[in-house]
Design a protein around this ligand. Structure first.
Ligand SMILES: C[S@@+](CC[C@H](N)C(=O)[O-])C[C@H]1O[C@@H](n2cnc3c(N)ncnc32)[C@H](O)[C@@H]1O
Length: 199
């Protein structure tokens, strides 16, 4: 019996996310996934989008689980995880024309969110695309009761975490030359924010 790590949320959200990535990564070839987690998204998107070379990445404790999913899927275009802690500079030497990250910005502290955008600014090629999935606030307000409850749950666990304000994220992106291209509603009060670097 497989003892791979498993997140039910990935099964729930993967098809709506795939529909967006199919369009916004259509002309991309090298994707960095920040915070691959279990590895489920990587093998699903890697199989469905074979034109992409999908680089998994996370902090080392997640690597064995990601490797289990990758070993089982044996996809030539999905690469073993690199060590990536946004607050460490090591990952900034890579070059990608797309970056994807799901459910990470509300886990990271705000300084880590700032490092995330600084690092993406360094690794993303001109005309590159950044797609970020998760819950976000607008105008300083939650978009649903469930997101408010989720934020309270996150903060009880780690006071530095929490659902982020779209406007604050967009300002960090803009500082890296990333212009908001799309803000797409997803099921369960989530969104995908898509920024493009403008050459
Ligand atoms: C809630 S999980 C999401 C995992 C996966 N992307 C998904 O959607 O199921 C949050 C992920 O963010 C990663 N993460 C948290 N802090 C990080 C940091 N400072 N640098 C890189 N990744 C981080 C965690 O290791 C974890 O994989």
């Amino acid at each position: 019996m497989s003892d791979k790590p498993f997140a039910e949320s990935c099964v729930q959200n993967r098809d709506p996310i795939l529909t967006v990535l199919r369009e916004v990564f259509a002309d991309c070839s090298q994707v960095l996934e920040i915070g691959s987690g279990t590895g489920q998204h990587a093998v699903y998107f890697g199989a469905e989008l074979p034109h992409l070379r999908w680089q998994t990445a996370d902090v080392p404790p997640h690597h064995p689980g990601i490797r289990q999913w990758l070993d089982e899927a044996a996809l030539p275009n999905v690469l073993p995880p690199i060590t990536l802690d946004v607050s460490q500079a090591g990952w900034r030497s890579g070059r990608y024309d797309a970056v994807f990250s799901a459910n990470t910005l509300h886990i990271m502290s705000w300084p880590e969110v700032e490092y995330f955008f600084e690092g993406v600014g360094e690794v993303l090629e001109p005309d590159g695309v950044l797609a970020v999935y998760g819950p976000f606030n607008y105008g300083g307000a939650f978009t649903s009761e469930s997101n408010a409850r989720f934020d309270a749950w996150l903060k009880a666990r780690d006071p530095a975490s929490g659902v982020r304000d779209f406007e604050a994220l967009d300002a960090l992106a803009l500082a890296q030359g990333l212009i908001l291209h799309q803000d797409i509603a997803m099921p369960a009060n989530n969104r995908i924010l898509v920024w493009r670097r403008t050459g």
